[in-house]
Design a protein around this ligand. Structure first.
Ligand code: NAD
Length: 367
C-alpha cells in the first residue's frame, strides 16, 4: 500500500524549531501506530528567497499540488522587511493558498482545561470549549471588483465590493456541513441578510445545500449577534460557517477565547483530489516570532495540533488525532508549560524540545 504523502515546509524563524517537534510526533505514529507517511521537505518564505530569489520555487509549488497534505511552519522576519512586495516571504504562503484554491479555512477554538485561566472570559464560559469556525477564504469583499480609491468631485472615495457567486457559497457550505457531520452535527451560518443582498443569497444557498444533510441541525444568525453570542456563551456553537470578512473577525475573536497564540492551529481546504481527499494546507496561526527565534522558547503545540488536524481531516485518522490531543492535554494538566504559557505566578518553563519530548512520552503512555 502506498503511504500517504506529506510535504513539510518549516519556513523561517521559529518555523523550523516547532516543525522539528512535529517530526518527532510523525516518527512516533510511524513507529508505534503503523501510520507511516511519505514525508518530503522543502523551502518557503525568506529561506526560499535566500536560496532561489523567490519565496516559493515553482518546483515546490508543483510538489504541494501533488501531495496529500502540506504542513507549514511560519514565514517572515525582519531580515526580509525591505524586500520588494513581490518577493516578500508572505507571498510564498499566499501563492500556495491561491494556486491550491483553498477556499475553506478551518479555525478551531478549543480550550484545554489546564489553560482555562488564560482566557479573558470566566473559566466556566470557556472550560471544555471546542468549536470550529469555517471561513470562506478566496472570495468576498477582499477580492470583489470594483475596488480602489477614486476621485469623486472634490474628494476621494474608497470602494470595496462584497461579491459571492452561488457556487462559491455552496462549496464552502458543503465543506462546513461535512465537518459538522463528523462532529456534533450542528451548523450555524452567519451573515448580515438583514442589510446585505450577498447575505440574503448566502442564507438561501446554505439552506439549499443543507437539504443534502438532513441529519445536520442548521441555524442562521446575523454576524454581529454571532459576535455577541461567541463572547456570551460560546459553547452553544459547534461549527460556524461564514464569509471571508466576518470569518476574519469572528475566527480571531473565537481563537482568543482560549488564550495563547502558541496554541492555535488552522487548516485550509480546497476541492477534493482524485483520492477523494481535499487539497489541504495545515499551519499554526502564529508567525515566525523573530523575538524568540533560535532560543528554544517557542511553543510547538500550535504546529503539533495542526498535524492533529491533518490526521483528522486529510487522513481519516480521527481516533489518532484525539490520541494526540489527549496527550497534549495530559502534558498541560501535569503543569508543563513553555514560556508563553507561564502565568504571573512564574515557575520554570520547558523548552520547545522539552515540550515535544513530553508529548511523545504521553503518547507512549497512551498505548
Ligand atoms: P508572531 O505571531 O510571529 O508573534 C507575535 C508574538 O507572539 C511574539 O511575541 C511571539 O514571540 C509570540 N509567539 C508567536 N508564536 C509563538 C509560539 N509558537 N510560542 C511562543 N510565542 C509565540 O507575529 P508578528 O510578530 O506580528 O510577526 C513576525 C513575523 O511573522 C513577521 O515577519 C510576519 O509577517 C510573520 N507572520 C507570518 C505568519 C505566517 O507565516 N502564517 C503569520 C503572522 C505573521
Amino acid at each position: 500500500m502506498t503511504k500517504p504523502s506529506l510535504l513539510i515546509l518549516p519556513g523561517d524563524g521559529i518555523g523550523p524549531e516547532v516543525m522539528a517537534e512535529v517530526r518527532k510526533i510523525i516518527g512516533w505514529f510511524g513507529e508505534r501506530r503503523g501510520l507511516a507517511f511519505d514525508v518530503s521537505e522543502d523551502l518557503v518564505g525568506g529561506c526560499a528567497y535566500d536560496k532561489h530569489g523567490t519565496p516559493l520555487h515553482d518546483d515546490t509549488m508543483a510538489k504541494a499540488q501533488e501531495v496529500d497534505a502540506v504542513l507549514l511552519g511560519a514565514v517572515g522576519g525582519p531580515k526580509y522587511d525591505s524586500l520588494d512586495f513581490s518577493v516578500k516571504p508572505e507571498r510564498g504562503l499566499l501563492r500556495l493558498r491561491k494556486e491550491m484554491d483553498l477556499f475553506s479555512n478551518l479555525r478551531p477554538a478549543q480550550c484545554f482545561d489546564a489553560l482555562a485561566d488564560f482566557s479573558s472570559l470566566k473559566k466556566d464560559v470557556v472550560a471544555g470549549l471546542d468549536i470550529m469556525i469555517v471561513r470562506e477564504l478566496t472570495s468576498g469583499v477582499y477580492f470583489g471588483e470594483p475596488r480602489g480609491i477614486f476621485k469623486e468631485g472634490n474628494e476621494r472615495v474608497g470602494i470595496n465590493t462584497q461579491r459571492y457567486t452561488e457556487s462559491e457559497i455552496a462549496r464552502v457550505a458543503r465543506s462546513a456541513f461535512e465537518l459538522a457531520m463528523r462532529r456534533d452535527k450542528k451548523l450555524c451560518s452567519m451573515e448580515k441578510a438583514n442589510v446585505m443582498e450577498s447575505g440574503i443569497l448566502w442564507r438561501d444557498v446554505v439552506t439549499e445545500v443543507g437539504k443534502d444533510y438532513p441529519e445536520a441541525e442548521l441555524s442562521h444568525m446575523y454576524a454581529d449577534a454571532g459576535a455577541m453570542q461567541l463572547t456570551r456563551w460560546p459553547k452553544q456553537f459547534d461549527v460556524i460557517v461564514t464569509d471571508n470578512l466576518f470569518g476574519d473577525l469572528l475566527s480571531d475573536l473565537a481563537a482568543m477565547l482560549t488564550g495563547s497564540l502558541g496554541m492555535l492551529p488552522s487548516a485550509s481546504l480546497g476541492a477534493p483530489m482524485a483520492s477523494g481527499r481535499p487539497k489541504a494546507l495545515y499551519e499554526p496561526v502564529h508567525g515566525s516570532a523573530p523575538d524568540i527565534a533560535g532560543q528554544g522558547k517557542a511553543n510547538p503545540i500550535a504546529c503539533i495540533l495542526s498535524f492533529a488536524m491533518a490526521l483528522r481531516y486529510s487522513f481519516d485518522q480521527g481516533d489518532e488525532a484525539t490520541r494526540l490531543e489527549t496527550a497534549i492535554e495530559t502534558v498541560l494538566a501535569k503543569g508543563l508549560r513553555t514560556a508563553d504559557l507561564m502565568g504571573p505566578e512564574g515557575g520554570s518553563a520547558v523548552s520547545t524540545s522539552g515540550m515535544g519530548d513530553a508529548i511523545v512520552a504521553a503518547l507512549d503512555a497512551s498505548i
